[in-house]
Design a protein around this ligand. Structure first.
Ligand code: NAP
Length: 247
């Protein structure tokens, strides 16, 4: 895959899908900025792993829903590398409950971690990338933002919001050659899905045409494509990576 930019920031990349995106993009030759919120040891271990394979990686800790901290992190990256070529808004949480039992705090905490962080990242990236006259952003939304789910009104609202917001940013960035796209994973094997009840997992396994959960590398490859020069005419798109679960 061809990349005309040199570096990328991936929020929430100390583990799970974000960590796999970091490894994959480092393999494709980008310098990856690994972001953690609470576990620096995981981010450091990932940096060592990437560097031991000959890749370029740096670690930057901040809470992606904290506006000031996110702005500061982007300015640190631009000061260090002279650019921010790519951004992946991947940080996200769940806090599942039936809506009748969902407190406002359960709702707003998920909106903050998922949607607010994505807005801050897209807005700050657009500022920098507009000046560069090039850039590409991928937002990790979810199949739940497309089809909804019982017990996930907060998460569905945040991810559906990300999909719509991505398209709006795509309109605003287009004249400056800044592209915004979303990837909507289905059920992917990470800590987030590890805690699902076996009967829920079985139900989904039977419903997925490809007959298995996805793996993080399959998300990472889609992200790499959308960031790359190969996707130079794609903006405002929502790429479903779900084994056919929702077509
Ligand atoms: P995960 O294993 O739970 O990892 C989530 C990552 O996000 C962690 O590195 C976590 O860091 C970080 N994070 C959370 N809130 C943050 C914040 N405010 N600031 C910075 N980092 C933060 O989740 P995952 O399965 O890899 O999911 C990654 C993304 O894919 C999420 O946006 C998720 O909604 C989406 N997704 C996942 C699936 C799936 O099946 N797994 C399906 C659809 C969409 P800490 O360790 O520091 O908390």
């Amino acid at each position: 895959m061809k990349f005309s930019g040199k570096n990328v920031l991936i929020t929430g990349s100390s583990r799970g899908i974000g960590a796999e995106i970091a490894k994959t993009l480092a393999e494709y030759g980008l310098k990856v900025w690994i972001n953690y919120r609470s576990k620096p040891e995981l981010a450091d271990a990932l940096q060592n792993e990437i560097q031991s394979l000959g890749g370029k990686a740096a670690v930057i800790g901040f809470d992606a829903s904290d506006e000031e901290a996110f702005i500061q992190a982007i300015s640190t990256i631009v000061e260090s590398d002279g650019e921010l070529a790519y951004l992946v808004n991947n940080a996200g949480i769940t806090n599942d409950k039936l809506a009748l039992r969902m407190k406002m705090e359960d709702f707003t905490s998920v909106l903050d971690a998922n949607l607010k962080s994505c807005f801050i990242g897209c807005r700050e990236a657009l500022k920098i990338m507009s000046k560069q006259r090039k850039g590409s952003v991928v937002n990790i939304a979810s199949i739940i933002g497309e089809r909804g789910n019982a017990g996930q009104t907060n998460y569905a609202a945040s991810k559906g919001g990300m999909i719509a917001m991505t398209k709006s940013f795509a309109y605003e960035g287009a004249s400056r050659n800044v592209r915004f796209n979303s990837v909507t994973p289905g059920f992917i094997q990470t800590e987030m899905t590890e805690h699902l009840k076996p009967e829920v997992k079985d139900y989904y396994l039977q419903s997925i045409p490809l007959g298995r959960l996805g793996n993080p590398r399959e998300i990472a490859e889609s992200v790499a494509f959308l960031l790359s020069d190969g996707a130079s005419y794609i903006t405002g798109e929502t790429l479903k990576v779900n084994g056919g679960l929702y077509m």
